[in-house]
Design a protein around this ligand. Structure first.
Ligand code: ZN
Ligand code: ZN
Length: 247
């Protein structure tokens, strides 16, 4: 095995940083050896389900249907009315992945290991190359409260890795909706995002293949209504990539 100078520099800076900023795993409390792992240790990340792309997913919404490779095109039957073309995620919203996503709402930083997984998921999942990355927007009120949009942190990381430009301004959330809670049923979720999104700069949307990014895909209604607004304004395709997939 050989190491490039960048590898050596990265691992050197990782160990220097971990001495300067010793960090414990948010889940088990053991120490995190590499800064690239972020909030969880090696062991906890190894227990997370990160998709290899060989599992059986609903071809459209990316619902995780089985761990084995599909023999035929498979659909879940629940996403037929959704407006996006295809949705995929880096992994299952559980364990280290859910801890990371919760942490991302407080700390605007994506660990580089997760950024690499995100890039691989993007390259493996979609039939077409995106012209532009658009993060699912926050309402102005939520943006003020948080100070940043976690979906834009994810989008920015992918933009740097793929050289696809990110557009944070052309899609806006005009209605402030309550934070989705686990107890919120499908109908309540749906109606809270139904008319929430608008395209503010249609000239930048028309004719574009768009990659919508977000932290988590739950029922798919947020992604679907974003895609509806984008397509109404002339987007050719809208694919969706999230870090976590609720199962
Ligand atoms: Zn751990
Ligand atoms: Zn589906």
């Amino acid at each position: 095995m050989s190491f490039s100078p960048t590898d050596i520099l990265t691992s050197a800076s990782d160990s220097i940083l971990s001495v300067l900023y010793p960090q414990t795993c948010i889940i088990c409390g053991q120490s995190v050896n590499r800064r690239s792992e972020g909030i969880a240790c090696d062991n906890c990340w190894s227990k997370a389900t990160i998709f290899s792309g060989l599992e059986t997913f609903c071809l459209k919404c990316g619902a995780f249907l089985s761990e084995t490779e599909p023999l035929i095109d498979t659909y879940c039957g629940r996403c037929d009315g959704h407006f996006y073309d295809r949705a995929r995620a880096v992994g299952v919203y559980r364990g280290a992945m859910s801890a990371l996503i919760l942490n991302l709402k407080r700390t605007p930083h994506l660990p580089s290991q997760v950024g690499r997984w995100l890039e691989i998921a993007y390259l493996d999942s979609f039939p077409i190359f995106a012209d532009v990355i658009i993060p699912v927007p926050l309402s102005r009120r939520r943006f003020k409260e948080r100070g940043f949009n976690q979906a834009a942190i994810i989008g920015m990381d992918l933009s740097k890795r793929t050289a696809i430009p990110m557009d944070e301004l052309s899609l806006a959330r005009k209605i402030h909706t309550p934070i989705h809670r686990a107890g919120m049923d499908l109908k309540a979720r749906e109606s809270s995002v139904k008319n929430a999104f608008e395209v503010t700069r249609p000239k930048l949307i028309i004719g574009k293949n768009i990659l919508l990014v977000d932290d988590i895909f739950t029922s798919g209604s947020t992604a679907s209504y974003c895609a509806k607004a984008l397509k109404k304004n002339g987007a050719v395709s809208v694919n969706v990539l999230t870090l976590g997939r609720a199962v």
